[in-house]
Design a binder for this molecule. Structure first.
Ligand SMILES: [Zn+2]
Length: 500
């Protein structure tokens, strides 16, 4: 009997498609993954089903749209089948190692299906740059003067921006600086996550396994390992400079034009995070090869969403607009035994990733999965024509509060050429022709391409109708009870021990 293949899934937070070498990026961010891409399927237009993390991962792990259980539900529903739970039932050993992303935790159901689940949230992260500044300048006459001036800030009129600038510089100067970038980083770096995964693999016996690694190195604040910058040929960045850049980039008082002056330096730090991820994946693969496991491993690398660097005037990855820099991610699929082919340029929703991985491992996908497998099309090099839908709740940057989750939806419907963005707050729809305008700078007038607009609106309407029609109301209630640390029973909900 043929040995069953193991699956390794690596999701890299904030990794946009156009910053990896195998997608054409000119800087050397991913030399190892580029070499792996020679024998892998590279999906040119992989699209997340939502952004950021909490609107993306339900599709990757549970193959369903992020708002399918209702806007108020975050994460994986209790007992919802996922890649992990299906593989565990099929006899796989399962483990997840996440680099302290607060949304990827048992509270939101992400441990479901995993024998081992490590989120590293127990380790205290370094304080936020802004908080750090506040803490450090709490004493002394200069601080008292600043507090006084801050109170007067609203009345300063045209002098306000000058005060903001002076205050920013003052904070940078008075806050002590650690002696390495490592002390500023807020998340465990990829080497730590890979090391834990390798330890688990070494002690896990001979059954096939599913390992999920979620890496945060490219996530802001951008503090890459110094070695990563050096291996890209970049000049070293001192901790003071790196902190200054991150604080500058985080300023809310600056317009895009001033932020843009430091954009390239910030992107260099971001790229350094990607390079570190690449090197650690190389280590992981080296160990798997040494243990004679690699030849039986399906390997998938993708991202939960991208990152904006003023492409549309914004920064980071807030859920407000689903532009390409946020929804287009890399997807590399290495399937032992499959013949590498060029892959269709049509959008490939990450909704289809879990069923595709399951078929590659010859494990049946559950009926609840909304995506379908593209394994055969990839293997045969067949063209496919598909539509990718992405959705999020506008402005929900802090979903820990259920109230924040109830804002208006944003929906994007992306075909190969046309993309429709639908904003539910203003009921406005905006159409782009990505062939003529790949960076989405010129929305089409309502008089142009009316048939395409109508077709994409119809797809959006069908998506919403299906999403309400399919809704599992019991799962929705159970997920909300979990949010309140309550437990579902068949009669009345009761307080669980976890709440105490
Ligand atoms: Zn994320």
């Amino acid at each position: 009997m043929e040995k069953r293949k193991s699956i390794i899934l690596v999701t890299v937070d904030c990794l946009r498609a156009d910053h990896v070498g195998f997608m054409g990026y000119v800087r050397p961010t991913t030399p190892f993954l580029d070499s792996l891409a020679q024998d892998s399927f590279v999906i040119p237009t992989a699209i997340v089903a939502g952004a950021p993390t909490y609107y993306s991962l339900p599709a990757i792990l549970a193959s369903r749209y992020p708002l399918a259980l209702g806007r108020d539900v975050l994460g994986i529903g209790p007992d919802e089948p996922t890649l992990a739970s299906v593989l565990r039932e099929a006899g796989y050993r399962t483990a997840a190692f996440g680099a302290a992303n607060p949304y990827i935790s048992p509270r939101f159901g992400y441990d479901h299906g995993f024998d081992t689940f490590r989120d590293f949230l127990e380790s205290e992260p370094a304080p936020l740059v802004a908080k750090n500044v506040e803490l450090q300048i709490g004493q002394g006459w200069a601080s008292r003067l600043n507090h006084h001036l801050q109170r007067m800030r609203p009345a300063m009129g045209p002098l306000g921006p000058l005060y903001d600038e002076a205050y920013f510089r003052y904070c940078q100067q008075v806050t002590p600086v650690p002696d390495s970038l490592d002390a500023l980083r807020r998340f465990p770096a990829a080497d730590q996550i890979v090391e834990h995964a390798c330890e688990w693999l070494a002690s896990a016996g001979n059954a096939p396994f599913f390992a999920w690694l979620h890496l945060m190195d490219p996530h802001s604040p951008y503090y890459p390992r110094a070695e990563a910058l050096a291996s890209m040929g970049d000049h070293p960045v001192a901790p003071f400079e790196a902190r200054y850049l991150n604080s500058y980039w985080n300023r809310s008082d600056l317009k895009s034009r001033r932020l843009a002056r430091r954009r390239d330096e910030i992107v260099r730090l971001y790229d350094g995070g990607i390079r570190w991820v690449d090197g650690q994946i190389a280590q992981l693969v080296r160990k798997l090869r040494a243990a004679n496991i690699w030849d039986d491993c399906i390997f998938a690398l993708t991202a939960d969403h991208g990152e904006e660097f003023l492409d549309h005037g914004g920064r980071y990855h807030p859920p407000s607009r689903l532009m390409e820099e946020l929804i287009h991610v890399p997807l590399l699929l290495r399937i032992p035994g499959a013949t590498k082919n060029d892959v269709s340029k049509a959008p490939f929703s990450l909704l289809h990733l879990a069923p595709t991985l399951l078929e590659a491992a010859s494990v049946p996908a559950p009926g609840e999965f909304r995506g379908r497998s593209y394994y055969r099309q990839l293997g045969k090099g067949e063209k496919f024509d598909s539509v990718a839908i992405s959705e999020c709740v506008a402005g929900c940057t802090n979903p820990f509060s259920p109230f924040n989750r109830m804002g208006p939806r944003v929906l994007s419907v992306r075909e190969s050429r046309f993309k429709l963005m639908f904003y539910f707050d203003t009921q406005g729809d905006v159409l782009y022709d990505l062939d003529a305008d790949p960076h989405e700078q010129k929305p089409l007038a309502t008089t142009e391409h009316r048939a395409e607009r109508r077709r994409l609106l119809e797809i959006a309407r069908e998506h919403l109708a299906r999403s309400y029609g399919d809704r599992d109301w019991k799962a929705q209630v159970r997920a909300r009870l979990r949010d309140h640390r309550l437990e579902w029973t068949d009669s009345t909900p009761k307080i669980s021990a976890a709440a105490s």
